[in-house]
Design a protein around this ligand. Structure first.
Ligand code: SF4
Ligand code: MG
Length: 313
C-alpha cells in the first residue's frame, strides 16, 4: 500500500524575467514500510521535492500536481491541518544538522523545545527522546544534553536531529542528504544509523541523496533525477548494478569503486531546457530523435526508464 502518492509534481521559481523549472512532472509512490530514495547530482531538484511536500518552499514558488499522504493532498491542506502533519506524522531531517540546531542553546533544551504542551508532555517526550538517543548509538545522552551543539561531532549532531525527528513516531521520515559534508567515518556511521532506523523501527522513509553507497545500502527502490525529472525508477539494487538510463550509467561509473570515471558535460540550464531529451548533449548514445523529441517514462519490467532506446546496455 502506498503511504505517499505524488503525481505530476512540477515546481517553478521566478528568476528576474525568467522562470526556473526546478522539478518537472514528477510522479512516484512511497509504499508503507519502504525506503524510497531520490538520487541525482546537486541541483537535480531532489531537495526541493522534500521541502515542497511539507510546504516549506519560499512563497514565490509555483507548485502544481498532487501529493496524497494517507488520502489527504498535502498541497491543499489548510494551515491548521498541515500543522497536525508537519513534524508529527511527516518529519524532515534537514540537510545541514549544524544549521538546524540553535548554537546558543544546550542540546537538551533544544530537544525539549520540540515537544509542545505542558511540563508533563515535555517530560514524557524527553524520556522517549533519551531512550531513542541510546538506541541510536548516542552514549551517555544525559551528558550530551548538557553540551552545546558545537561540542558534538557532525555525526553526533546528525543523530541528535534523528532523535528529534523520530520522537513523534512519524509515519514518514524525509531525510535530505544525510551524508553530505560528513567525513568517511561519520558517513559509515550515518549508513549504520539509517539501516537501524529502517530495520528496527520499520520506518517508511524518503531518502534524498547523491550518495550511491547510502542508497544501495538502505533504499528499497530509487528514482534517479536529472534536470528536474525522473529518468529511471526501479529497485535500488537493480538500478545501481545494471542501470539502463545513460545518465544513471554515468553516475554509477563515477563512483570510486567503479573507477571514478567522471561524466563529461553539465546539466542544462533550467531556465531554457533543451528540446528533446534533457540529457542529449551529454549522452554518448544520442541519436537524431534524441534532440527532437522529449522521451516519455516507459515501463520496463516493473520499473521505468526515460530514454528512446531503453534497451541500451
Ligand atoms: Fe541518450 Fe537519447 Fe536516451 Fe536521451 S533519449 S538518454 S539522448 S539515448
Ligand atoms: Mg539538495
Amino acid at each position: 500500500m502506498s503511504l505517499l502518492e505524488i503525481r505530476d509534481l512540477s515546481i517553478e521559481f521566478p528568476s528576474g524575467e525568467n522562470t526556473v523549472k526546478a522539478v518537472s512532472d514528477v510522479s512516484f509512490d512511497v509504499r508503507e514500510g519502504e525506503v524510497f530514495g531520490i538520487i541525482g547530482e546537486s541541483g537535480s531538484g531532489k531537495s526541493v521535492i522534500g521541502l515542497a511536500l511539507l510546504r516549506l518552499l519560499p512563497a514565490n514558488a509555483t507548485v502544481s500536481g498532487t501529493a496524497f499522504f494517507q488520502g489527504q493532498d498535502l498541497f491543499s491542506l489548510k494551515p491548521s491541518e498541515l500543522r497536525k502533519i508537519r513534524g508529527k506524522r511527516i518529519s524532515l531531517m534537514p540537510q545541514n544538522p549544524a544549521g538546524a540546531l540553535n548554537p546558543v542553546l544546550k542540546n537538551g533544551l533544544q530537544m525539549e523545545e520540540v515537544f509542545e504542551g505542558n511540563g508533563k508532555e515535555k517530560k514524557e517526550g524527553m524520556k522517549k527522546a533519551l531512550k531513542l538517543m541510546k538506541q541510536l548509538f548516542l552514549k551517555d545522552p544525559e551528558r550530551l544534553c548538557g553540551l552545546y551543539p558545537h561540542q558534538l561531532s557532525g555525526g553526533m549532531r546528525q543523530r541528535l536531529i534523528a532523535c528529534m525527528s523520530l520522537s513523534f513516531e512519524p509515519e514518514l521520515l524525509i531525510a535530505d542528504e544525510p551524508t553530505k559534508g560528513l567525513d568517511p567515518e561519520a558517513k559509515t556511521g550515518a549508513i549504520e544509523l539509517f539501516t537501524k532506523i529502517k530495520k528496527e523501527y520499520g520506518k517508511t522513509m524518503l531518502l534524498i541523496t547523491h550518495d550511491l553507497d547510502l542508497a544501495l545500502e538502505v533504499c528499497d527502490r530509487i528514482a534517479v533525477m536529472y534536470a528536474g525529472e525522473i529518468v529511471e525508477l526501479d529497485k535500488a539494487s537493480k538500478v545501481l548494478s545494471t542501470p539502463l538510463h545513460p545518465y544513471t550509467k554515468g553516475l554509477v561509473r563515477a563512483q570510486p569503486r567503479n573507477g571514478l570515471v567522471p561524466m563529461s558535460g553539465q546539466s542544462p540550464s533550467r531556465i531554457s531546457l533543451p528540446d528533446g531529451c534533457f540529457f542529449h548533449e551529454r549522452c554518448r548514445y544520442s541519436g537524431i530523435e534524441c534532440s527532437r523529441k522529449h522521451p516519455e517514462m516507459k515501463n520496463h519490467k516493473g520499473g521505468g526508464v526515460r530514454c528512446h532506446f531503453q534497451s541500451l546496455q
